[in-house]
Design a protein around this ligand. Structure first.
Ligand SMILES: [Zn+2]
Length: 137
């Protein structure tokens, strides 16, 4: 029985301040797309997912495990940390890190000076790549 993970673009806020952005569910084999559509419409769904949809959250498919069972789904719910299993969250984290790295490099480049042993912009480096690039066209 396939297990799936939904990621809401709008998180819910619990009374304790914790945010809820994911829903883990299971469905009959071959029924994933229709189940996902039901969730998006807020029909036949759990109160958590209905609340996500009611607040304008889009439900993205965060992950899907076709061979897991309902027992696996319960274990995963107990263990929590669903964002670590969510591909949408993982991509967002990679993009966040990339942006941070890009800002760091950009800021570093604007404040640092070129080292005296650095090659000139159009001179061939140790690999000769710049020279080949100039003669290729
Ligand atoms: Zn996620």
């Amino acid at each position: 029985m396939p297990v799936y993970l939904l990621h809401s673009t709008v998180p819910l806020q619990r009374a304790n301040g914790q945010t809820v952005r994911h829903y883990l569910g299971y469905c009959e084999p071959g029924n994933l797309l229709s189940r996902w559509e039901q969730h998006k419409k807020g029909r036949g769904s759990t109160p958590v997912v209905q609340a996500m949809v009611a607040r304008g959250g889009r439900l993205l498919m965060g992950n899907y495990w076709p061979t897991l069972t309902r027992t696996d789904e319960r274990r995963m719910k107990r263990n929590g940390h669903l964002s670590g299993r969510c591909l949408v969250c993982q991509v967002r984290e990679v993009l966040r890190r990339f942006d941070a790295l890009h800002s760091l490099v950009k800021n570093s480049a604007s404040t640092s000076t070129v080292p005296s042993n650095a090659p000139e912009p159009n001179s061939p480096g140790p690999s000769g790549v710049a020279a080949r690039a100039r003669t290729a066209g």
